[in-house]
Design a binder for this molecule. Structure first.
Ligand SMILES: [Zn+2]
Length: 139
């Protein structure tokens, strides 16, 4: 018994209500990729700040009183939680890119209309179009 054929050809996905042009999809992909690169740079920056803080703590903690040490620990914790939230956003953008390849990205979850490219570029995790978002907020 042969295994079921490639799922991609076997079970075709239902066609979306509307279609995007290839150019538009590419625009979204470029916007998402640019956002991901931006976030990665931000992440690297934050990581080096954490390393810097760490080094400061190790090198000049000798003359520190407890208050200094406390401040540095707090700073470091803030940097770490910032780094984590950036990482989360990177993951979101990467997921968006995957869904874009599958054709499941960029459609409003409520009305099924395409979400404008500009909106997706600004909010890669947006799942509603502006109109639906406003309706949702008004409730
Ligand atoms: Zn909508």
């Amino acid at each position: 018994m042969a295994k079921p054929a490639d799922t991609r050809t076997a079970g075709r996905k239902p066609v979306a209500k509307a279609t995007r042009s290839t150019a538009e999809t590419e625009k979204i992909r470029a916007a998402l990729a640019a956002r991901r690169d931006e976030l990665r740079a931000e992440y690297d920056q934050t990581l080096s700040e954490i390393t810097e803080l760490q080094r400061e703590r190790l090198t000049d903690s000798a003359g520190d009183d407890q208050a200094d040490t406390g401040t540095k620990t707090l700073e470091r914790e803030q940097e770490i939680s910032l780094a984590n939230s950036i990482l989360e956003r990177i993951t979101q953008v990467e997921r968006a890119l995957e869904r874009l390849d599958e054709g499941g990205y960029g459609w409003c979850e409520r009305c099924g209309n395409p979400i404008p490219v500009e909106r997706l570029a600004a909010f890669p995790s947006a799942t509603l179009c502006v109109t639906c978002k406003q309706l949702e907020e008004r409730r």
